[in-house]
Design a binder for this molecule. Structure first.
Ligand code: SF4
Ligand code: SF4
Length: 386
């Protein structure tokens, strides 16, 4: 039998399971609860109504596990090799989604193993593992457990590990000795992340207006068109955005993960926007089922691909690229999903190829969805005024 304390044994087991950081926080009201309520009151959660619906549950971890006494906070590194240089029709995917697995599944499996470990040592104890989906301010508890501080980009940063970290929590009714909270912050006078955000999503340091963030727009806002004034800022981001972490000095020397499931798949770094636009429902499912890219659904992801084409295919792009992009968008203009048709109309208008414009004119005669018709008319208007 080990002489180590239960806390030490748990941390050693967490390390064996692939978590690069582990710490223990007491099960108390998180300091960030008032910030959450202010953020919700300012409407910054946008369409993420599930947060508002469970607002009260965030006030104490007993909203997740009734008899909770301790919160074991864990972090797993997903920093992998850099992406290939983007080409004119490539689309960028946020780093966390490059691997083969949905990280929720992988982390849940590891949490289950850690919970089993605790149950063996404290038979009859209660546990609950959390990855993202429960009403728990994981980032707050991570700071409380000593794992790091909040950057001005709102992300948890660890001096040694940087910020490419998946957070997970194991709640338990076992009383564990907590670690010291991380009481210092190390952003200093740096404002790189705030300055680099292409959609001005930070109204002030440490506050993210999700409604302007590319991650929200390309993943969470999946049933609606992306607001017109934010489309240009999306640039070549197909799914999520890494910019405010990429520019952070603390991420410059972040160690690389050896986790096989997080190693990048070649077709996602970057992705092929034209190829994506041609995926029918079955092909989409076959390629993205059980991966993070499943979340926006086919309609959301192909809408994003059309936006990327509108942003990246320019007048000086090679004619072959302008041509293939236009043909793919013309096909998308007849897609059964209005969301895709609307984005395709916008992109065809931006690219401005003659046959794409003619396709817009023809579609305007038969389109029966009001929102798509408005997109087509707006695209034609922009072309006429240039
Ligand atoms: S993820 Fe991208 S869009 Fe969102 S806040 Fe960071 S830089 Fe801005
Ligand atoms: S880029 Fe600078 S300000 Fe932003 S989180 Fe990193 S250190 Fe802090």
């Amino acid at each position: 039998m080990s002489d180590d304390s239960l806390e030490q044994q748990l941390k050693a087991e967490a390390a064996r399971l692939g978590f690069c950081l582990a710490g223990i926080a007491p099960a108390v009201s998180p300091e960030g609860f008032s910030s959450l309520t202010q953020w919700l009151d300012r409407g910054m959660a946008g369409e993420m109504h599930y947060i508002e619906r469970r607002r009260d549950a965030y006030e104490h971890p007993s909203g997740v596990l009734e008899s909770v006494r301790s919160v074991v906070m864990l972090a797993m590194n997903y920093h992998t090799a850099e992406p290939a240089e983007p080409t004119a029709v490539s689309a960028r995917v946020a780093r966390y989604a490059w691997g083969t697995a949905d990280y929720h599944d992988l982390l849940r499996d590891r949490l289950k193993q850690l919970a089993d470990f605790l149950h063996q040592r404290r038979p009859g104890c209660r546990t609950r593992g959390v990855v993202d989906t429960a009403p728990l301010l994981e980032r707050d508890f991570a700071r409380q457990a000593g794992l790091g501080w909040f950057g001005k980009n709102t992300v948890l940063i660890n001096r040694r590990a940087g910020s490419w970290l998946f957070l997970a929590a194991l709640l338990t009714d076992v009383s564990l000795t907590p670690d010291a909270p991380h009481d210092t912050a190390h952003c200093g006078t740096c404002t790189r992340c705030l300055d680099a955000c292409p959609t001005d999503a930070f109204p002030e340091p440490y506050v993210l207006d999700a409604r302007r963030c590319i991650s929200y727009l390309t993943i969470e806002l999946r049933h609606q068109p992306i607001p017109l004034d934010l489309r240009d800022g999306i640039g070549d981001w197909l799914f999520g955005c890494d910019i405010c972490q990429d520019v952070c000095p603390w991420d410059r020397k972040a160690p690389r993960t050896t986790e096989p499931a997080f190693q990048p798949q070649p077709d996602l770094r970057p992705a092929d926007a034209i190829g994506l636009l041609q995926l029918d429902s079955d092909a989409f499912k076959a390629r993205f089922r059980h991966t993070p890219l499943e979340r926006p659904g086919r309609a959301g992801l192909l809408r994003n691909a059309a936006i990327v084409l509108g942003n990246t295919v320019r007048s000086d792009s090679p004619p072959s690229i302008r041509d293939t992009a236009t043909v793919a968008l013309m096909a998308a203009l007849t897609d059964p999903e209005p969301l895709i048709r609307g984005a395709a109309a916008w992109a065809l208008g931006k690219i401005g190829e003659e046959r794409g414009i003619e396709a817009l004119r023809q579609r305007a005669l038969t389109e029966d969805d009001i929102a798509v018709r408005q997109e087509i008319n707006a695209a034609l208007l922009r072309i006429d005024s240039t």
